[in-house]
Ligand binder design. Sequence first.
Ligand SMILES: NC(=O)C1=CN([C@@H]2O[C@H](COP(=O)(O)OP(=O)(O)OC[C@H]3O[C@@H](n4cnc5c(N)ncnc54)[C@H](OP(=O)(O)O)[C@@H]3O)[C@@H](O)[C@H]2O)[C@@H](O)CC1
Ligand SMILES: Nc1ncnc2c1ncn2[C@@H]1O[C@H](COP(=O)(O)OP(=O)(O)O)[C@@H](O)[C@H]1O
Ligand SMILES: [K+]
Length: 655
Amino acid sequence: MPIEPACTPPRRVDARERPGTPHDAWPLYDRAATRTIEQAALASRPAHQLMARAGLAVARLALSLAEPGCTFWVVAGPGNNGGDGLVAATWLHRWGQPVRVSLCVRRGRLPEDAAWALRRAEEAGVPITELEPRLTSARIAAACPALPQGAWIIDALLGLGLGQGLGRTPAPRDDSCTDTLTALIHHLQHLRRTRDCQVLAVDLPSGLDADTGRPGYREGSTPEQAPLAVVADHTLSLLTLKPGLCTGEGPHHAGQLWWHGLGVVPAPDRTDRDDPTAAPETGDTCRRPAARSRPTAPAAGADTAPPAAGSASPMDCAPLPRAWRIPAPRWSPRQAHRHKGSYGDVLVLGGAEGMGGAALLAADAALQAGGGRVWIGRPEGHGDGCTTDHRPVDPPPLPQPLPPELMQTSMHQLCSAERLARSTVVCGCGGGTALHRWLAEVLRHAHRLVLDADALNAVAADEALRHLLHARAQRSTGPTRWPTLLTPHPLEAARLLGTDTATVQADRVASACQLARSCSAVVLLKGSGTVVATPDGTAWINPRGSARLATPGSGDVLAGWIGGTWSACGDAAAAQLWAAPPDTDEKRPGSTGPQPGHARHPAEDPTLAVAAACAWLHGRAGESPPLGMPLRAGELARAMAALSGQQLPSAGPLD
Ligand SMILES: NC(=O)C1=CN([C@@H]2O[C@H](COP(=O)(O)OP(=O)(O)OC[C@H]3O[C@@H](n4cnc5c(N)ncnc54)[C@H](OP(=O)(O)O)[C@@H]3O)[C@@H](O)[C@H]2O)[C@@H](O)CC1
Ligand SMILES: Nc1ncnc2c1ncn2[C@@H]1O[C@H](COP(=O)(O)OP(=O)(O)O)[C@@H](O)[C@H]1O
Ligand SMILES: [K+]
């Protein structure tokens, strides 16, 4: 049977994030959902079609990324991920590229699709070496081809099948390829470091958990050994985009993310639907892509034909995505007739003794984000700062003069019920324990509330405050909402959940959802691949950001920026940060109706809208050059302001 070509080239996942345009969101399907879609697709299609498409998509991407004449080395594992790699090698070989394959399993153990791919590769004359099952790191280099500088390695060792390997017993079968797999992963990392080799991972960087973004492969398969996963320069995710590629350690391991739906899963803009009218080309006539012509979205009109009436799609049975990728938000220009009162009051409560800078950073960010009037309230000192009659004393002056636009007043004045009720309150940035005594009033009366840092620690430690948090949510069932956003980093989330940081990080999406549910609030779990979750279990992952943001105070800037944006937008306009979803498909966020598992679109929930938009902008600001250097929190708000300004449409409609 001829190898049928993929319908479209692979898609660069972030290619559509142009400023000022509305976006659909990428759904992120976990392993179980992907398997369901895959099984439905396999059942309704000719044998081997999906693997043929997957392998061709890999080959096309590899060739278009690599320098002309470059050598390709495909490392093929024991399952269908290896099969994808073998099909890719076959195409590269047919296109006259120097390609070698190292197969790390005995051929008799390959599953059916991969065995078919191996036969095809051998018929085409691809040079293939079968590696011994028990190769150690000391012997691996001699067993693998000597690669020239700058060669490309196609990592097809492990994909979605890794889950079966988790928790294996320490006694693998005699013919297990576990040792060879381990040695190969180490070897290709070594080549990437020492010979400037580029790694293109097929579906997932081998060893990465598709659901959580954790390295899940354990060396030698013993649970005690360190988890291991390939670090790739590019990853082509097949069929679905997986949450593990977007959060935790996933982005570090994945590198630049690409995606191909194999004609089964449509892209968010629906241009990748299977085109039933496309005539299958034979393997020999399939077009060879031009070297270094980067894959682009298909031309308008190509591959956009809807499926024939009545034709069932494997997507019909698709479970809900586990999460969604936050797309680029839209920032609207200020309307001409507005005045500063139109943008609301922001109260930043925090900056206790020794931590004044945190409140200052948050307040400055609130101002730059567009909050109308911004006040700082600092809790009084206790402990060493107490007077002899035990009255609290004012905190010492701030570390630097207050920016002239900011106002400072006493906590007593700011925490009156009436004042709190008409303000957006950002509480906890550098609050210390001194903040604790004010929190009950804040939770009872603040209109829109962002709880950060020490406010979260106080809630974690105080059951009564937790009850007040729930009470806010219950009061919100009426016409007036009392929305709350929690912005914990993983340790703060762990305290709130009564667990440890490692447990939170082990499954960031699940942790954020659990916390949102248990606190009846929207939760923004910070860190690489920030997760924004709602109490109903909808999770959005921020694809933006870099370790440039791993600097003290950058979380305070985010909290303040959220407060300023929320105050300026109000609940009604927050939804305008997002384009309305283009259709009413109930499996997509933004759909209406009572379907079970309905996922919330940011446009439906102002708290989610503001949190997701600000997380995106904060992350985007953290991607500015120079990437290797930290971005001081003091410079972050200005970078965010510049970016949101760039996103203003140059000539938008008057609204
Ligand atoms: N079918 C198709 O047409 C399509 C398939 N597609 C592709 O298939 C991929 C999924 O294929 P897959 O299910 O075969 O899983 P894969 O990741 O290759 O690994 C399974 C093998 O690894 C082994 N293994 C696992 N962990 C281990 C460990 N710790 N240590 C040692 N061994 C371990 C495991 O061994 P076992 O547990 O069975 O003993 C088994 O042999 C998917 O990611 C995508 O690339 C798509 O392109 C769509 C079309
Ligand atoms: N490696 C990273 N990749 C992406 N974002 C990061 C990374 N490290 C930190 N950040 C972001 O920087 C901010 C740090 O916040 P936080 O830990 O609260 O710091 P602080 O308390 O000092 O303000 C969060 O928004 C977090 O998501
Ligand atoms: K892989």
